[in-house]
Design a protein around this ligand. Structure first.
Ligand code: FES
Length: 195
């Protein structure tokens, strides 16, 4: 895997067209690659570089800076248990230990069936529901051993498919791009800048 598929390529081109400088689309394109494959593959980084006019190394340099962008395979569900202060005071470390036991997985690892990756994360701004966790950046809490076990079981049997899409899908509503700015106008602007 994987350069962009035809469908993703057309979305990638729409994204690039949104920015006066194509390189500004680097991060959105990394998210698009992650939506396609669950993580940002080396091939995708090379493809992104072609699309935005940079190098694969530059794309990797950008992508590796952000925790949300994964450069190695992760599970369909990336579970982040917050252990920051509000959650810690309400049992986050016990919850993290429970999570390791329930998933039979140390923090930072992925189950062999590639269903779950477990992470320890800093505050996810869900403090009023401490101890909190996120699954593919969807929020859950307050959690204890029982509710965490129930969450894992619902994820496993597909009960939360609507609420929690596979890792990489941030939104399901597509921006209509580049509906607001016609391509010709963008091309004209770019040509003007180049002069
Ligand atoms: S401290 Fe855990 S969500 Fe804020």
């Amino acid at each position: 895997m994987a350069r962009f598929s035809d469908e993703m390529l057309s979305r990638a081109e729409e994204l690039v067209a949104l920015y006066p400088d194509p390189r500004s689309a680097t991060i959105p394109l990394c998210h698009l690659a992650q939506e396609q494959d669950g993580y940002v593959t080396n091939e995708a980084m090379a493809h992104i570089a072609e699309l935005v006019g940079s190098t694969a190394a530059e794309v990797q340099g950008t992508a590796s800076f952000y925790d949300m962008l994964k450069l190695e395979p992760v599970g369909r569900y990336v579970i982040g248990v917050c252990t920051n202060i509000a959650c810690m005071l309400r049992g986050a470390y016990e919850l993290l230990e429970d999570a390791e036991e329930i998933l039979d997985l140390p923090v930072g690892a992925t189950t062999q069936d590639r269903l779950f990756t477990l992470e320890e994360v800093e505050c996810i701004a869900h403090c009023d529901q401490a101890p909190a966790a996120q699954v593919n950046y969807r929020y859950f809490g307050p959690l204890d051993r029982q509710s965490f076990e129930s969450l894992v079981s619902k994820l496993r049997n597909g009960e939360l498919n609507e609420e929690v899409p596979p890792h990489g899908t941030l939104i399901r509503i597509r921006r209509q791009a580049p509906a607001v700015i016609p391509m010709e106008e963008i091309d004209r602007n770019r040509a003007g800048e180049a002069e």
